[in-house]
Design a protein around this ligand. Structure first.
Ligand code: ADP
Length: 266
């Protein structure tokens, strides 16, 4: 897409010629388009739960005093939808912080063993409730550190684990494993759940992209988890990769930068 500005070059009353300035605005147009799509997605994502909350509130008003079970049911839906809006706005704020180039301390030294222990504690209960087998394998070496922002690292792992648990039916397996490779630490989250079709796989890191919108919504997803994870990983000079096979499962591997300075100093 080009914008052309034509200017007449004039001396006294006489036209000497024309100057044409041609600007390539393809990139700018692409960004505008992406922004329009994003705003439209956000509006839609918020309107859906709001509409549902509103209709449940109206239905509550019409309930008789003896319909306690139905009332509890409706209130639960309202609470769930509200939770999802809270998560959505939290994710949106985080994305917007990253977009605006907000500064984060990216030089924290994070001990891998402790990090994984905390992850295990955060997800153990959910795994049990869902009837999933859940394991976290920490490295043999107690003294492995990664460099980055602690909150970001936790958010990334939480997003990956909550996906693994969301998209894996009961009796399935979810595991976290780590590998140290030269100056990198690779953390992999693996599940044997529903998997992702080949055609969708390249797009799952896009904002709001979901393989199955209905399923993601039902399970409380915002469609921003992987997009956020990727942005945060890149901020910390890491990489993120996903492999998946429908009906077989999914593995997401994140590479963090190893903090060898701290390791040596200890
Ligand atoms: P959501 O909030 O919908 O889970 P994400 O950005 O975290 O959003 O993931 C995008 C989509 O990728 C999901 O809607 C789902 O279709 C797919 N996905 C992500 N992780 C997994 C997984 N472990 N197993 C199967 N599908 C997954």
């Amino acid at each position: 897409i080009y914008h052309i500005t034509l200017t007449r070059v004039q001396r006294r009353e006489q036209t000497d010629g024309f100057v044409a300035v041609v600007r390539d605005v393809t990139e700018q147009e692409r960004l505008n388009q992406a922004r329009r799509e994003f705003v439209s997605n956000v509006s839609h994502e918020l309107r859906t739960p709001l509409t549902s909350v509103k209709s449940y509130i109206e239905a509550l008003r019409d309930l008789g005093d003896d319909e306690k079970d139905t009332r509890d049911n409706f209130l639960q839906v309202i609470a769930q939808e509200t939770d999802r809006m809270v998560r959505l706005t939290r994710d949106l704020l985080q994305l917007s912080g990253l977009d605006r180039g907000q500064t984060y301390n990216l030089h924290q030294s994070i001990g891998l063993t402790d990090l994984l222990l905390q992850v295990q504690q955060r997800f153990q209960l959910q795994a049990e409730r869902q009837g999933l087998e859940f394991s976290v394998v920490a490295p043999d070496d107690d003294d492995v550190f990664i460099v980055g922002n602690r909150d970001m690292v936790n958010r990334i792992l939480d997003n990956l684990l909550s996906n693994a648990m969301k998209y894996t039916p009961a009796k399935g397996h979810v595991s976290v494993s780590t590998r140290v490779f030269r100056d990198r630490v690779i953390v992999s989250v693996k599940d044997d759940g529903i998997g992702i079709p080949k055609d969708d796989l390249p797009r799952v890191f896009e904002r709001f992209y979901r393989v199955d919108k209905g399923r993601s919504r039902r399970l409380g997803g915002t469609g921003l988890g992987l997009a956020l994870a990727r942005e945060m990983v890149e901020r910390m000079d890491g990489t993120i990769a996903i492999t998946s096979e429908p009906e077989q499962g999914t593995q997401v591997s994140v590479t963090f930068v190893r903090d060898e300075g701290v390791e040596k100093a200890r």
